[in-house]
Design a protein around this ligand. Structure first.
Ligand SMILES: [Cu+2]
Length: 135
């Protein structure tokens, strides 16, 4: 009986931890101003906000990435050269600008690749999102 209770506690507690790590989806559609799609996102402990960014194909994007208050360093990594989107940079509270032009429709993940020693990576803790490129 004791073992069953322990297993139940583990299941309930374990799933709560998993849920806490899965960020809620916040979506933004880039607005086109003077032929450029501008989007601003905030990166903090341990999230990107918004984390679902919709952009149009073949129109230049200016992505501003700003850091939320906190001492933990973060970066943003996008590795989709086939779609014209490949970058990796750290950002601060003033913000860094990333310029690229998406060349392929689809959904492409980005994430923070920081990790402290043997702890879970920031990505595993919820610091990830995606850029959805539409025609
Ligand atoms: Cu991070």
């Amino acid at each position: 009986m004791k073992r069953v209770v322990l297993a139940l506690v583990f299941v309930v507690f374990g799933s709560a931890v998993v849920l806490a790590d899965e960020p809620k989806v916040t979506t933004v559609t880039a607005s086109v101003v003077d032929g450029v799609q501008r989007v601003e996102i905030l990166g903090g402990d341990y999230y990107f906000e918004p984390n679902h960014i919709i952009v149009k194909k073949d129109i230049p994007v200016e992505l501003v990435v700003k850091k939320a208050p906190g001492w933990v360093p973060h970066d943003i990594v996008m590795d989709a050269p086939q779609a014209g989107m490949a970058f990796k940079l750290e950002f601060d509270k003033e913000g860094e600008v990333v310029k690229f032009t998406p060349t392929q429709a689809g959904t492409f993940p980005f994430y923070c690749d920081k990790r402290l020693l043997f702890f879970k990576s920031h990505k595993e803790r919820g610091m990830h999102g995606e850029i959805e490129v539409v025609d």
